[in-house]
Design a binder for this molecule. Structure first.
Ligand SMILES: [Zn+2]
Length: 392
């Protein structure tokens, strides 16, 4: 295995570490920009790398439907296809399938769904999710899990969590077959699976909603199966923020200290800092990129909405403390004009800034942990980012 995680220093529950993957190292805590269709929207890979992104995420659901995992495998895997030679993580496709609501049916076997593109029918099983990600060749693949809506009853959450554990075991069994046989041979019932990345790691996902004992049960059962890392799923789906933080804290505590912990789908800049404080090493979220396209900028002094009339003649940069291309070249007045004029450049410049802010925040978090001053950094950060947070 060319995958390794090393904790370098700790400060309380916060930790700095290094993830080594077949495509290079990632310093943690890390933020992973979301590259849904093999591209982080409105951003060039070159600018992502320059902003300090060491790993990006690809969405299996979208890539499976278009252009197709087999086509990508024939191009040498996702890294080569999209021209990104740094680490990549892929999700299992489950989250998008579960979001299809009326267009999907869940059974013990897996999820049957209809494509949002053309209505075609597909069956996503735990084994299939592993096969697709093997063809994509990401450095980190995720198991297929069931994502429940919030709120859900305890009974429904328990049942779903236990199914996710059974699916996780099936995913691990499939990956183990690959590792044992260096790729499965085609057979009467088995399609050939091209392994695009022989060093691919696989992460398990802890579910259990907002019920501490179900979270603990899920964590113990998932750790018993054994994965290279562990994610906390099913959060940031509408539960109160304090509840999310307490679930993260309780769950991180029962996950092994020598494996990376990944909080899926969160969050705001405040969430990054608060969840690092609770022992999280990896994050992904569409907020910085999606909000950028809607004109919302995250800054060191809180969020600003560039559409606001008060920025019409504001010659200052989006964030006076930021060194990104957008902030060193353009004014709020110009960014507001581009946004209102519907220029594509507005999305590009805003995204560049928001990602720079997120990635710079992670860097400052890592530095504060190494210096043993994370708690004072955290207090100061929360004070300053909330200053303008009501600019809407
Ligand atoms: Zn900036």
């Amino acid at each position: 295995m060319s995958f390794r995680f090393t904790v370098r220093s700790t400060d309380g529950s916060a930790r700095v570490g290094t993830l080594e993957t077949p495509h290079g190292a990632v310093q943690t805590p890390a933020f992973m920009p979301v590259g849904t269709q093999g591209a982080v929207k409105a951003t060039l890979h070159r600018d992502l790398a320059d902003s300090g992104a060491e790993i990006i995420l690809g969405n299996t659901y979208h890539l499976f439907l278009r252009p197709g995992d087999e086509l990508i495998a024939r191009r040498g895997g996702l890294h080569r296809f999209i021209g990104w030679e740094r680490p990549l993580l892929t999700d299992s496709g489950g989250f998008q399938v579960f979001s299809l609501a009326e267009r999907r049916v869940i059974t013990e076997e897996g999820a049957e769904f209809q494509s949002h593109l053309d209505g075609s029918r597909h069956h996503l099983t735990p084994e299939r999710a592993v096969d697709i990600q093997a063809r994509l060749g990401s450095d980190i693949a995720m198991v297929l899990d069931e994502c429940l809506a919030y709120p859900s009853t305890r009974e429904a959450t328990a049942e779903s969590m236990q199914r996710s554990v059974r699916w996780a075991a099936r995913c691990r069994a499939r990956l183990t077959e690959f590792r044992d046989s260096a790729g499965l041979k085609a057979g009467p019932t088995l399609p050939a699976v091209t392994i695009s990345n022989g060093g691919q790691a696989q992460f398990g996902i802890v579910q259990g909603g907002v019920f501490p004992d179900l979270r603990r049960e899920s964590a113990e059962a998932t750790v018993a199966i054994g994965f290279e890392g562990y994610a906390i799923g099913g959060l940031s789906v509408g539960e109160p923020i304090d509840l999310m933080y307490s679930v993260v804290e309780d769950t991180a505590r029962v996950l092994p200290a020598d494996r990376p912990r990944y909080l899926m789908g969160a969050g705001t800049p405040e969430d990054l800092v608060e969840c690092v404080a609770r022992g999280i090493d990896m994050f992904d979220c569409v907020l910085p990129t999606r909000n950028a396209r809607n004109g919302q900028l995250f800054t060191s002094r809180g969020r600003i909405n560039i559409k606001n009339a008060k920025y019409a003649e504001d010659d200052g940069p989006a964030d006076p403390d930021c060194h990104c291309y957008t902030c060193t070249h353009h004014s709020r007045a110009y960014l507001r004009h581009l946004h209102l004029a519907g220029e594509m450049t507005a999305g590009a410049l805003n995204t560049l800034h928001n990602l720079a802010f997120y990635l710079d925040t992670m860097k400052r978090i890592r530095e504060a942990i190494k210096l043993g001053i994370f708690d004072s950094f955290r207090q100061e950060f929360l004070r300053s980012v909330s200053r303008l947070s009501h600019d809407s």
